[in-house]
Write a protein that binds this ligand. Structure first.
Ligand SMILES: Nc1ncnc2c1ncn2[C@@H]1O[C@H](COP(=O)(O)OP(=O)(O)O)[C@@H](O)[C@H]1O
Ligand SMILES: [Mg+2]
Length: 330
């Protein structure tokens, strides 16, 4: 690959000046012979200029045609690779056992029963024998060092992975029996690394709920403590966010991602360490707002900073994928 690429680039490096030389020589020739004809009175200067333009157009087109021979094979290979990826079937999909369930009576929250999960090829389980219940209307916090398995735990709930053994249920329904669309529709997930897309602030937040009104979007921005910096941006909610949110700070990205989850008004909030880049004051205000917005929802928060989860109704301390203790802060 390297050798071929170097060879192709060398040829191109030589070819471009050569083509330019030919093109310019052609112009000289046209001006030379054309000049003589103009001198003899057989041709207008304007005709000569037009002739030069036409000649350039034709030569450029030939050049483009040559470029096509380089691009077509490349496009062909790329298309094949893209199709290969598109054709991969996810190992997690709706299977026959799906029940488009009648919602269980009342809300039962999220229940983990003896869940063990290995990442493919890993020797040690990322989570082992995890059991707990996250009750609706309460905040369940998961705390632990980096690599303790907090993100893994949260990722199991929307079925990004399926556990090796044990079961997870939402409102009394095993998540493997729920259609994926329905399951994920119940969840407002804020990933550890806030994901934003090219587009406006409002468009990014609307990914949470496409049918939301402008007023609801405004409310979500306010609740997520993002109003200050959004209103300071050039066009407020219509300001552009560049790819991956490169023109925002870490804390600003996190707040927009939270606004997106809030707009959804889900039954289950999964917040993966999304307060880490906020200052303590904003963190506290945001938590108060979240409590209001999520009054009867099940909230599961992963965090590393103790202050973020002081007030949680239940705290689970994870260490190397095992529960080291549960209880309240006291
Ligand atoms: N995609 C992955 N593939 C393999 N191992 C992973 C993957 N993601 C995380 N792990 C491993 O799982 C463990 C728990 O990771 P994670 O849940 O991200 O921790 P936390 O969010 O608590 O920092 C770590 O030991 C990590 O190396
Ligand atoms: Mg994590």
């Amino acid at each position: 690959m390297t050798e071929t690429a170097i060879r192709v680039n060398k040829i191109m490096a030589a070819a471009v000046p050569l083509i330019m030389l030919i093109m310019n020589l052609a112009i000289i020739a046209i001006v030379w012979f054309g000049g003589m004809r103009v001198d003899a009175g057989g041709m207008q200067v304007g005709d000569l200029m037009a002739f030069i333009q036409y000649a350039m157009l034709i030569m450029l087109s030939i050049l483009m045609g040559a470029m096509l021979f380089i691009m077509i094979p490349r496009a062909e290979v790329s298309a094949a690779r893209v199709n290969e990826v598109m054709d991969i079937r996810s190992s997690i999909s709706d299977n026959d056992a799906m029940v488009d369930c009648p919602p269980a009576d009342g809300k039962l929250g999220v229940v983990f029963k003896d869940v063990t999960y290995y990442y493919p090829g890993a020797e040690k389980p990322a989570l082992s024998h995890l059991s707990f219940t996250a009750h609706p209307g309460e905040t369940t916090a998961v705390i632990g060092g980096t690599g303790a398995g907090k993100s893994t735990l949260l990722n199991l709930i929307p079925r990004f992975y399926d556990p090796e053994s044990g079961s997870i249920s939402i409102d009394g329904m095993d998540i493997r029996k729920l259609p994926l669309k329905k399951l994920r529709g119940m969840i407002g997930y804020v990933s550890q690394k806030a994901v934003l897309f090219t587009g406006t602030v409002a468009e990014n937040i609307r990914y949470g709920n496409e049918r939301a009104t402008d007023k609801e979007v405004g409310e979500a921005i306010r609740s997520a403590q993002a109003e200050d910096f959004v209103s300071e941006m050039a066009c407020g909610g219509d300001s552009l966010i560049s790819q991956g949110g490169k023109n925002l700070s870490g804390g600003q990205k996190q707040r927009l991602a939270i606004a997106r989850a809030l707009l959804r008004k889900p039954a289950v909030y999964l917040l993966d360490d999304c307060f880490s880049a906020l200052d303590y004051k904003t963190d506290a205000k945001l938590r108060a707002e979240l409590e209001k917005a999520a009054n009867s929802a099940t909230v599961i928060v992963a965090a590393q900073r103790i202050s973020t989860i002081l007030h949680a109704d239940q705290i689970i301390v994870l260490d190397e994928g095992k529960v080291a203790g549960t209880g309240t802060h006291a």
